[in-house]
Design a protein around this ligand. Structure first.
Ligand SMILES: Nc1ncnc2c1ncn2[C@@H]1O[C@H](COP(=O)(O)OP(=O)(O)OP(=O)(O)O)[C@@H](O)[C@H]1O
Length: 594
């Protein structure tokens, strides 16, 4: 196996240091990577501000990065911790607030990794990146595309691999993953393959050799808590033991595409792990057995397998424990656990020093309650002036690590464990005018709720707003209803979402499933219809709110509004608990609904 790198202007010898020499570039990067510097929760261990150079990234990649994204000058704290670890091949458990640059940093680090080649010099897929939905895939590809074009700009006479040999996206769009997608994958195995777990599994089942899962160098699971369902560990002191065991069994019966893939990729690690493991009760014993069977394992083997990186803003304890202690996916020696503290506004060029998360200091949260009687602010909402005196709270992912309660046992619905979410893109192709089918069918949406959203959109939004629906709601139907009310609404489409030349004054409709991890810096307001993640007061609904709210005020610098629209006393009580009790946020009044 030999290595070469991407973005290689001019002579490879000049621009393509081997990884061993790259590591010598920076003592601090090495120390971070090997764990001899304390990294978890301790960004202050740096005496000097880390730079992309000091982390060990290659100069051509840094040049392309800064040309394509002029606002990205130096790494965020969290990037400074995990980029060296990724470059050195360590496994990483990554948790930091929304908008702290996790996905972006992952992409940059993977680009920098040595290109994997087989003995016969044929290129292999180096990194497999699993994302929960196609639009996040489009976003990651878009970032790489921009860096690729910038690299050509920086060095127009350079030898540049074509984009498809750097990155490919494999999703189930009309079955393309098994036709043109598969053909391309076989012809030109890309350095980075971005895919939804279900599409990857289909390809594996159809053509096992195409993905070369046994040769990968890295596997990334982005938004891991959306892709892997875990159940809080049973607590014998509590009365909900039966419910836990039932939920665990359901997850084991339907592990979801992500676990199935990881079971295949990490078969050897799992075997080594399960051979030495104390089986601690029904759940783990049964689980190990099921997974051994799926992986077709027998006998003892060495601990091998590609580096695994998992990431989310909301990585709850039971998932982290599962990954770390039970799954067998991680290499027990030297996993780097990054638990970030968010991004300081100072880091992104503001004078403010407050640590921000959940959209941060300049993001306000609002609750509208709708009923037959009209639209009102929630009881107890504070005046905007009062809120600005209080200032923003320090909200970090730590708040979300709360105790397990009976309510946190998720209702394991099929959509939660399938690992792929789809919606009909036909509307974008045919045009909404042809959608007459809805005319004769009663709307599933509360007209008062849509009216509240339409009114707030008209009064409040100058640029782009998001409307986030529960996962099972019909996006196209909501678009239709809103258009009937005169709102310039459209369904989220990752292929066009980043086109900044498009007109503003748009309401982009999506579900909580299809907005996970999306970075749309122009979004100034997020509307949330109802309570997400099943409707009740659970850890998942808190996390759901955090992810959705994190679509505004990205990287701590921006401002914005998150407006929840609920109906009835239950909805009002639940959103109140999520905001005030779990997240420590006071809802603020929207003056025009007084
Ligand atoms: N080092 C940096 N300096 C300035 N901006 C950055 C830096 N890294 C990333 N960004 C910007 O921050 C934004 C958020 O990045 P990204 O989507 O990677 O965050 P995230 O932590 O993955 O968020 P989420 O948890 O919501 O998925 C992007 O617009 C990206 O351009």
């Amino acid at each position: 196996m030999t290595s070469s790198l991407l973005f290689l202007p001019g002579s490879r010898a000049k621009w393509c240091p081997r990884w061993s020499s790259v590591r010598q570039l920076s003592h601090s990067a090495q120390a971070l990577a090997t764990g001899s510097l304390k990294t978890e929760n301790s960004p202050s261990t740096h005496t000097t501000q880390p730079t992309f150079e000091s982390l060990g990234l290659h100069p051509p990649i840094i040049a392309a990065l800064r040309t394509a994204f002029p606002h990205v000058v130096e790494p965020t704290k969290t990037q400074a911790q995990f980029i060296p670890a990724i470059l050195s091949g360590r496994d990483v458990l990554l948790k930091d607030v929304t908008g702290s640059g996790k996905s972006f940093g992952l992409v940059v680090a993977l680009l920098n990794k040595p290109r994997l080649r087989a003995e016969n010099k044929k290129e292999n897929v180096t990194s497999l990146v699993l994302v929960p939905h196609r639009d996040l895939g489009h976003q990651l590809v878009y970032w790489i595309e921009r860096m690729h074009s910038a690299a050509l700009e920086v060095g127009p006479n350079t030898t540049m691999p074509p984009l498809e040999s750097i990155v490919q996206l494999l999703v189930r769009d009309g079955g393309a993953h098994l036709t043109s997608g598969l053909t391309m994958l076989k012809q030109v195995p890309p350095h980075i393959l971005i895919t939804t777990p279900q599409a990857a599994l289909d390809v594996y089942q159809n053509s096992p050799d195409a993905l070369q899962l046994n040769k990968l160098s890295s596997v990334v699971v982005d938004e891991v808590d959306y892709l892997i369902t875990t159940i809080p560990r049973k607590d014998p002191e509590r009365s909900f033991h039966g419910a836990v065991v039932k939920a665990q069994k359901k997850v084991m019966r339907h592990p979801g595409a992500t676990r199935e893939l990881l079971d295949i990729i990490y078969a050897q690690r799992i075997r080594a792990r399960s051979d030495t493991k104390d089986e601690r009760g029904l759940a783990s014993g049964l689980e190990v057995e099921m997974r051994k069977r799926r992986a077709g394992l027998a006998g003892r083997g060495p601990v091998k397998g590609p580096q695994l990186i998992v990431s989310s803003a909301t990585l709850r304890k039971h998932l982290a424990n599962y990954l770390y202690e039970d799954s067998g996916y991680l290499n027990p020696d030297g996993v780097l656990k990054v638990k970030g503290e968010g991004v300081t506004a100072k880091e992104v060029g503001s004078q403010e020093k407050t640590v921000v998360g959940l959209g941060g200091k300049n993001v306000t949260h609002h609750v509208l309650v709708v009923s037959e009687d009209g639209i009102r602010n929630t009881e107890g909402a504070i005046e905007a002036e009062q809120r600005s005196q209080e200032g923003g709270k320090k909200l970090t992912a730590d708040i979300l690590a709360g105790e397990t309660s009976a309510n946190d046992i998720p209702q394991v619905e099929d959509w939660m464990i399938q690992g792929e979410f789809t919606f009909d893109r036909e509307v974008g192709i045919r045009g909404l005018n042809e959608l007459t089918a809805y005319q004769d069918k009663a709307s599933p949406f509360d007209p008062n709720a849509l009216e509240a959203i339409a009114t707030a959109f008209a009064l409040d939004v100058a640029s782009i707003a998001l409307l986030v629906l529960p996962a099972s709601a019909g996006v196209q139907r909501a678009v239709y209803e809103l258009r009937e009310m005169g709102v310039n609404a459209e369904a989220l489409d990752g292929r066009t979402a980043f086109d900044t030349s498009r007109e503003e004054g748009r309401l982009v409709v999506c579900t909580e499933a299809t907005i996970r991890g999306m970075d749309l810096p122009a979004v100034e307001t997020v509307f949330v219809l109802g309570i997400l993640e099943g409707g009740g007061m659970t850890g998942r609904s808190v996390d759901g709110y955090v992810h959705v709210a994190g679509r505004v005020g990205r990287l701590g610098g921006g401002s914005g509004k998150v407006i929840s629209v609920v109906d009835g006393p239950d909805g009002e009580r639940t959103i109140g608990q999520i905001l005030k009790t779990r997240l420590g946020v006071n809802p603020v009044k929207l003056g025009y609904f007084d």
